[in-house]
Design a binder for this molecule. Structure first.
Ligand code: OGA
Ligand code: NI
Length: 351
């Protein structure tokens, strides 16, 4: 019999073998321990209604956002302003993309993390020892006209549907960053202007069903390196966030998006707001699709804690760094629980 041809994408590998290959099996001490997870009623994290964000009760919404950023680093939003049909269209085209024949999908394949548009698998196959149970398409989205012509042209509606979603997601990210700045007592535009020209990346994550979910992760525990993440997920659970050393399941809520603070907002807030560890587990029954929008500083933006948040009681938590330096360190380090931010403490040297 001819030897099996190695498949670059997980979805095709699973279709072929039907079991968890050794490349995806975590060492015994590093498995998800699925019974040791808190399943709270409701979302598991605060659910904030943005209906009044631009109305007379703005201060109440801003306060709720600030307190969620301080305590959980994660919250959900409803009435977020992205039209329902835009959200639904995004999920439909994402599913269509991953259901296309292997030969069509492979046209976008690359394992080079520096590429602006690429389909890949796991997290960073060039550096990691064990692979993750995920395929993903990664797209740079802002400024849209600089990237959209390089996006996949199949399914035929892909560019239009994803372009509309990413434009709407950007508007929401900007509104949230304004509210976050205000909640810290800063000028409304503080965070956005600290981010320079800004950048926006999107991942379309595809987690195939997994015959033995206890052996592997969709994504192991990590903190997002960007400023703020807006996560659209289909109806399948999988995301878990850490709270007081315990894993808490974040269950999808219809029409709501999950928002989390990334490392850059933690740095700009001088550690007032926390970028929190989260992970994705997989299940044996259903595939799962999620679409995080990562809103980021531009590579040359210099990130430093806001002066107004540094005083005798709150010493300077980080020395200034460019986002490029941070991002390179993040991808080289791989997904680890240790925060990449610690490398930028005032008394540390970056190697
Ligand atoms: C990520 C992430 C969560 C999810 O891509 O950084 O945390 O539910 N994704 O897919
Ligand atoms: Ni993440």
């Amino acid at each position: 019999m001819a030897p099996a041809i190695a498949k670059p994408l997980l979805s095709d590998l699973v279709a072929q073998s039907g079991q968890v290959p050794s490349s995806h099996i975590r060492p015994v001490g590093d498995r998800p321990d699925l019974d040791n997870v808190d399943h709270e009623s409701g979302a598991g994290i605060p659910l904030i209604d943005l209906e009044q964000l631009d109305g007379p009760d703005r201060h109440k919404v801003v306060e709720a956002i600030g307190s969620a950023c301080e305590t959980d680093g994660f919250f959900m939003v409803k009435n977020h302003g992205i039209p329902k049909e835009v959200v639904e269209g995004m999920l439909i085209v994402a599913r269509e993309f991953f259901h296309m024949p292997e030969s069509e999908r492979l046209k976008c394949y690359s394992d080079d993390p520096k590429k602006a548009i690429r389909l890949s698998t796991s997290f960073n196959v060039r550096t990691e020892k064990v692979s993750n149970w995920r395929d993903f398409l990664r797209l740079h989205c802002f400024p849209l006209e600089s990237f959209i012509d390089q996006w996949p042209s199949n399914p035929p509606s892909f560019r239009e549907v994803v372009g509309t979603y990413s434009t709407e997601a950007r508007k929401l990210a900007l509104r949230l960053l304004e509210a976050i700045s205000e909640s810290l007592g800063l000028e409304k535009g503080h965070m956005v202007s600290a981010m320079g020209r800004q950048a926006q990346h999107m991942a379309v994550n595809y987690y195939p069903p997994c015959p033995q979910p206890e052996l592997t992760y969709g994504l192991p525990g990590h903190k997002d390196p960007n400023a703020i993440t807006l996560l659209l997920q289909d109806g399948v659970s999988g995301l878990q966030v850490q709270r007081n050393g315990r894993w808490v399941a974040v269950n999808p809520v219809p029409d709501a998006l999950v928002i989390n603070i990334g490392d850059q907002v933690q740095a700009l807030s001088n550690d007032r707001y926390k970028s929190v560890l989260h992970r994705v587990i997989v299940n044996s029954e259903s595939e799962r699709i999620s679409v995080p929008t990562f809103y980021c500083p531009s590579p040359d933006a210099v990130i430093a804690p806001a002066n107004a948040l540094v005083d005798d009681d709150h010493s300077l938590a980080y020395r200034p760094f460019t986002y490029q330096a941070y991002y390179d360190a993040f991808w080289n380090m791989g997904l680890e629980s240790a925060s990449c931010l610690d490398r930028f403490r005032p008394n540390k040297q970056v190697d």
